[in-house]
Design a protein around this ligand. Structure first.
Ligand code: HEC
Ligand code: HEC
Length: 220
């Protein structure tokens, strides 16, 4: 290769890749704002609460933090807000086996924190972290199993070892209660279990509740 050809290759090669860099930079900048919802005052306040109680000393968020406790990036998608609020204020009141300490947070702080965690959960992280395997590990074969997965019961309960551990194991739920009990419990847990913190599923259709109850009764 002559000197001239080498110089041309260098100059035009550099220009070519510099142009690609510029195009990709603008492309990324155009997307950045769309990857997260707007930051409200509550979200900001919640972030301060997050720092105040050093949540990151135990939890990870967006991949950063400690590995002692579950990742918080999608925490609000796994459990209902009302449940999480009570958990944050007094972990043992909703989960007697909880090892998370009572941090002394008030209701306003808990609400702001949930606004912050809600915001975090909506940041586009390219599907990171992967969904917990509990949602896909079992195939739904009966209508009841479909409803069970649809409403994420496994985020709190486990059946034969698959699922969450914050609520009672359901492997033998069918031998403990009858159909009427389950229906009443789904509609309004506190009507049959005093101080229950299970969320109500009264908004489900009659058919869904029946399917779910049939499923529960097979668990023996
Ligand atoms: C000393 C360690 C520690 C600190 C500090 C801590 N957590 Fe936790 N947290 C845990 C552990 C452990 C769990 C798993 C459940 C359990 O065993 O309590 C948990 C569970 C949770 C859950 C999930 C509850 C559920 O049922 O899915 C949320 C939400 C949560 N923590 C939020 C927070 C927030 C927000 C802070 C800061 C205000 C915080 N945690 C501070 C240890 C901690
Ligand atoms: C946010 C956590 C949470 C979710 C989600 C949840 N539960 Fe529960 N569940 C609980 C807690 C806590 C209890 C214990 C208090 C009670 O019995 O009401 C419980 C109790 C139960 C019991 C009685 C178990 C026993 O041995 O006494 C059944 C059955 C049950 N849940 C079924 C379901 C089904 C089906 C779903 C999904 C539609 C569901 N739960 C969703 C927290 C949850």
């Amino acid at each position: 290769m002559s000197n001239k050809a080498a110089r041309n290759l260098f100059v035009f090669g550099s220009l070519f890749f510099f142009a690609i860099l510029v195009i990709l930079t603008f492309d990324t900048l155009g997307k950045v704002d769309k990857r997260a919802p707007e930051i409200t005052a509550a979200v900001n306040a919640g972030k301060m609460v997050w720092h105040k109680y050093d949540c990151i000393g135990c939890h990870t968020i967006l991949g950063n933090g400690s590995y002692f406790a579950p990742d918080m990036t999608k925490a609000v998608e796994r459990k209902p807000k009302e449940y999480l609020k009570r958990f944050l204020m007094e972990p043992k009141a909703v989960n007697p086996r909880a090892t998370m300490p009572k941090l002394g947070m008030n209701a306003e702080e808990a609400e702001n924190l949930l606004a912050f965690l809600d915001w975090i959960s909506k940041v586009d992280t390219n599907d990171w972290p992967p969904k917990p395997i509990l949602a896909v590990a079992t195939k739904a074969e009966t209508p009841g199993q479909v409803v069970y997965q649809k409403y994420n019961c496994a985020s709190c309960h486990s059946i034969r070892g698959i699922g969450g551990t914050t609520a009672p194991d359901l492997t033998k739920a069918g031998s403990k209660y009858n159909a009427a009990w389950h229906m009443a419990h789904f509609r309004d847990p506190q009507s049959v279990v005093k101080n229950s913190v299970m969320p109500s599923f009264g908004h489900l259709s009659e058919q869904e509740l029946k399917d779910l109850t049939d499923y529960m009764l097979t668990l023996k």
